[in-house]
Design a protein around this ligand. Structure first.
Ligand code: AMP
Ligand code: MN
Ligand code: MN
Ligand code: MN
Length: 284
């Protein structure tokens, strides 16, 4: 197999909270020089067969992917799964259960926003939803921008959709243990997404890494669109310290919103074990 030069193992399509279809993402990734790609929609594998076929048509290799919402120490943590069987029944059921509370949560978010004078947010957000089972804060953010409440989605999150703000509703997602087990039992590998983005103390992060490892997690994202260059170095050192392989992914959502395009990140720091080296037999 020719060596992988530009892996992008994290992005979102209309099957979750991205704005492009799996096919459009594949064309964009290939045009940007990606040679190993994964579509990692939130809590969903519904786009996997389309993405694999589109990758093939664009001459890229492919790993199946998803990004599972998990609650750990009262915070939401994202666990990326790579290289699993997309038709695994237990994993599909687990993801279905994880998606299940989103509708009700969205109604409550809308009620919270109505209290500060923003009406019809639930219906407004629905206009941006590509998958009725996956209404996310991102869809609310797009509606609030369209309705003129904020200039961009970042401002919406800051003012309305993060903890303590009127549209924020606490939610209990999957457990860390269950998410890792679904991925591993389906033949895949679990990766902690963008570890630099959580508001953990050093002790809490340490606990996350140890528990993740104890349950069978194998890798962390080091080079991601959600990290600063200083965080590439910080999490490269932590990957070595904990014996984790390293992943790389843009977390691209939309040409209009994402500052980091598919395939545009720097390479992984040299000493790290790339996660795709552990997944050779799962690459399509
Ligand atoms: P949800 O799963 O519904 O809680 O939505 C989480 C999604 O919101 C993430 O996957 C991001 O796409 C987006 N998001 C979270 N925080 C921010 C932020 N501060 N600015 C912009 N988008 C964000
Ligand atoms: Mn997202
Ligand atoms: Mn994420
Ligand atoms: Mn993501």
């Amino acid at each position: 197999m020719t060596p992988i030069r530009n892996a992008d193992l994290h992005c979102h399509s209309v099957v979750s909270d991205g704005t492009l279809t799996p096919e459009e993402l594949a064309v964009r990734a290939a045009a940007n020089g990606v040679d190993l790609w994964s579509l990692t929609d939130h809590d969903e594998v519904g786009g996997q067969h389309r993405a694999a076929a589109a990758a093939r048509a664009s001459g890229m290799r492919y790993l199946t992917g998803t990004e599972i919402s998990v609650t750990f120490a009262g915070e939401t943590v994202h666990i990326v799964g790579l290289g699993f069987d997309p038709d695994d029944a237990a994993m599909s059921q687990g993801l279905y259960d994880t998606r299940n509370g989103r509708g009700r949560r969205a109604q409550e978010m809308s009620e919270g926003l109505a209290k500060v004078g923003i009406h019809g947010a639930y219906e407004g957000a629905l206009k941006f939803v590509g998958n009725p089972e996956l209404i996310s804060r991102t869809h609310f953010a797009r509606f609030l921008v369209e309705a003129g409440h904020c200039r961009d989605t970042n401002e919406v999150f800051r003012k309305f959709l993060t903890e303590g703000k009127p549209g924020f509703v606490p939610h209990r997602w999957a457990s860390l243990k269950d998410a890792i087990h679904w991925i591993n039992e389906a033949g895949g590998l679990a990766v902690i997404a963008h570890p630099g983005r959580y508001r953990f103390t050093a002790n809490e992060e340490y606990a996350l890494f140890l528990e993740f490892k104890a349950h069978g997690g194998r890798a962390i994202e080091v080079v991601t669109g959600s990290h600063t260059p200083a965080e590439y170095d910080e999490y490269a050192a932590k990957a070595l310290e904990f014996g984790f392989a390293a992943s790389r992914g843009s977390d691209f959502h939309s040409p209009d919103e994402s500052h980091c395009d598919l395939g545009s990140l720097p390479a992984l720091p040299g000493a790290l074990e790339p996660v795709w080296d552990l997944l050779e037999s799962r690459i399509q």
